[in-house]
Design a protein around this ligand. Sequence first.
Ligand SMILES: C[S@@+](CC[C@H](N)C(=O)[O-])C[C@H]1O[C@@H](n2cnc3c(N)ncnc32)[C@H](O)[C@@H]1O
Length: 348
Amino acid sequence: MPESPGGGDAGAPPQTTGAENPQSEQTAADKGEADPPVLSKNAQKKLAKQQRFEARKAEKKAAAKEQKRRDVERKRKEWEESLASVPEEERAKLLESRRSLRKERMEIRSQEKESKRERLSIAREQGQNVVVDLQFSHLMNPNEIHSLVQQIMYCYAVNGRCASPAHLWLTGCQGEMESALKRIPGFDKWIIEKENGSYIEALRDRKEDLVYLTADSETVLQELDLKKVYVIGGLVDRNRWKGITLKKAQEQGIQTAKLPIGTFMKMSSSQVLTVNQVVEIILKFLETRDWKTSFFAVIPQRKRCQSDSEGNAEDTIEKEHEQNDDLTATSARFGGLPGQANLSLFVT
Ligand SMILES: C[S@@+](CC[C@H](N)C(=O)[O-])C[C@H]1O[C@@H](n2cnc3c(N)ncnc32)[C@H](O)[C@@H]1O
């Protein structure tokens, strides 16, 4: 039997597709390692397609970065030339106006930071509680842990920008995962709950309010209830460990629910989303109280069925461009996220 996700908590054996090799997963799990299972031909094709997509995106990102560098250089030159071409008195004025513009921008930034702290502090008292369960790090390889850390950074950034953010919890913060999180600049100042113990321990008085979100649940989530605490599996596994969160929740005797994706859109493959997509959908739903809007705003076009364009393909493409710009802005705010070609490429 594979080791349970919580290293002692309830766990589940991975269910494999027909062509996968359950034996290899079992052995890896028995050893406490996270060896990738043998992939079926179909899965290999999918993986190769995804890798080509990622490579293309990475190339595009590198080109955009180079273009940005050239633009900055050009602007710097233009500025120097314009300074050199004006008399001394005019030059002083230009320099002064640039200085005050910078000061103004810095003031705006610090006001934004302050108001974000305020919003997050209010959310701590009265916001929707959302837990990311980090008790799966032993089931992920270093790349997957890296991806999860970036997804968490992204969740925190997006949440901070919301008018009414959620209150985020990171539970089961230990070992590899904890070290990786601690390496995030400013992580110690994040306004979240960080718990070394599991959510079951941290929220022992509210066990009946816990709802584990899992694509494998039979229960379809209809609404978000402020009194409930929604738990998301902190796992990047390309669904190698299918059903693991459902089994864990069932064994712990806590409620489960899946997002009502099928009611509003057709997906090109499974309905299993990444951690950051689930968090974003929750945040969008808190803002709009509308699942359809939330799904279409967050789930990328490539994950949806071709025909499912909500009647206006241009609109959707537009939204995606906006979203990608948004992701780039988030990345920039973090000073860039090292090693991540494109934040919109997070894998499940
Ligand atoms: C990449 S998925 C992990 C999949 C993993 N094999 C499992 O069994 O949960 C990350 C997490 O996002 C949440 N999630 C993903 N898709 C979901 C959906 N359609 N409905 C509800 N939760 C979902 C779940 O909490 C899940 O554990």
